[in-house]
Design a protein around this ligand. Structure first.
Ligand code: CA
Length: 327
C-alpha cells in the first residue's frame, strides 16, 4: 500500500519500485499456479521457506497516529516529495513517528536522494522530535525525513552497517544531546565513534550504553520533573503524574521523551487547542470564543484532527464573520 503522486512515473526510483512490486505480484501468481499444479500431481519435495517479511509504518503524527505510509522491506524511496497520502498531501518532511515490523532497519535521510544527515532506526520511534539530528543547531528528525531505505537485517552479518566517520560522529553527538542533554566531550566522542566504526556497534547499542552511564543514572529526577511540568503545562506536578514520570525516568526515559509525552497529554492538547481557537476568534471575529463555540472547535481539533487553519476556514464561512463590518 504505497500511495503515489500523479507525477511518479517520471521518477526513476519510484518506477523501479512499482516495477518490483508488480514483479512480486507476478511471482505470487506463479507460485499460486505452481501450488495448484503440485496439488494435482504429488506433494512437492522441497517446500520453499518464505523469505522473512518486514515493513515499516510511517505516521504523520507522533505516537503512531494518522494514516501511515506503509513500506515493505527492500523499499527504497529516493524522494518523499513524489509520494502523497490519500488526502493528496506530500509525505516529504511530514513523518513524526515510525513503527517497524519484522527483521528490518530503516535508514532515513534529511534530504532527497539519500543526502544530508542520516540515521538508522532499529526500533519503533514514537516521536521523532525526541531524536536529534546531530547537527549544530539542535534540530530533530521530526518532519524532516526526505528519503529512506528499508533494509532487511542480515543476522549472519551483524556488522554490515559500515559507518562513515562523519556519520558516526553525528550519531554520537545526537545520542549525547538526546540522552545526556549535552554535546559529547572529546574523549566520549572518540571512544563511541571507535565503537561504531571498529566494533560494529549500531545506534541503538550506543544509546543503550549511554543510558547505563553514571552520568545518566545520577540525573536529578526531581528537578527534571519540576522543570518540564512548568515548561509544558505551566504548573507543578500533581502527585500521580509525579509518581508515574519518576518511575519512567528511573527506567531510562530521556528528558526529551518526557517533554514529548507531556505534550501529548489531554491537558496540554486541550490547552493548546484553546489557545489556537482564542487566537482565531480574536483575529477574525474580534472577540473571545463563547463556551459553545469553544467546545465545538475543541472537539473538532481533538477528535477530527483540525488544525488552526481549518478552524479559521470554518469561522470565515460563518454568518457572523460575513456580516462583520469590514475594517
Ligand atoms: Ca527534509
Amino acid at each position: 500500500m504505497l500511495t503515489t503522486a500523479p507525477t511518479s512515473s517520471r521518477h526513476p526510483t519510484l518506477r523501479l519500485w512499482l516495477f518490483a512490486s508488480r514483479a512480486v505480484r507476478g511471482l505470487a501468481v506463479l507460485l499460486a499456479l505452481a501450488a495448484l499444479l503440485a496439488g494435482v500431481g504429488a506433494t512437492p519435495l522441497h517446500a520453499q521457506p518464505l523469505p522473512p517479511r518486514g515493513r515499516a509504518l510511517l505516521f504523520p503524527e507522533p505516537n503512531f497516529r494518522g494514516d501511515p505510509l506503509v513500506v515493505d522491506a527492500g523499499t527504497v524511496i529516493e524522494n518523499l516529495e513524489f509520494l502523497r497520502n490519500s488526502g493528496g498531501r506530500k509525505w516529504n518532511d511530514r513523518i513524526s513517528s515510525v513503527r517497524l515490523e519484522g527483521p528490518v532497519i530503516l535508514v532515513v535521510f534529511e534530504d532527497a536522494e539519500f543526502r544530508g544527515a542520516q540515521a538508522t532506526l532499529t526500533r519503533d520511534a514514537a516521536d521523532l522530535s525526541t531524536l536529534s539530528l546531530g547537527d549544530h543547531h539542535g534540530a530533530t528528525w521530526d518532519n524532516r525525513i526526505s528519503s529512506l531505505r528499508l533494509e532487511f537485517i542480515q543476522p549472519v552479518a551483524p556488522n554490515f552497517y559500515r559507518w562513515e566517520r562523519r556519520e558516526a560522529e553525528r550519531a554520537v553527538r545526537a545520542a549525547y544531546r538526546d540522552i545526556l542533554g549535552r554535546d559529547p566531550d572529546e574523549r566520549g566522542l572518540r571512544d563511541y565513534r571507535d565503537r561504531l566504526m571498529e566494533h560494529g556497534w549500531n545506534e541503538a547499542q550506543l544509546r543503550d550504553n549511554l543510558r547505563l552511564s553514571p552520568e545518566f543514572r545520577s540525573r536529578d529526577l526531581e528537578a527534571i520533573i519540576r522543570k518540564v511540568y512548568r515548561e509544558v503545562l505551566g504548573r507543578d506536578p500533581d502527585p500521580s503524574g509525579h509518581a508515574s514520570y519518576l518511575r519512567a525516568l528511573r527506567n531510562g526515559m530521556t528528558e526529551a521523551e518526557f517533554r514529548a509525552d507531556l505534550r501529548h497529554s489531554a491537558e496540554f492538547v486541550s490547552k493548546a487547542a484553546r489557545e489556537s481557537i482564542t487566537r482565531a476568534y480574536r483575529d477574525l471575529l474580534r472577540r473571545d470564543p463563547d463556551p459553545s463555540g469553544l467546545a465545538y472547535y475543541t472537539k473538532q481539533m481533538l477528535e477530527r484532527g483540525w488544525d488552526e487553519n481549518r478552524v479559521r476556514e470554518s469561522i470565515r464561512a460563518s454568518d457572523e464573520y460575513r456580516h462583520l463590518p469590514r475594517r
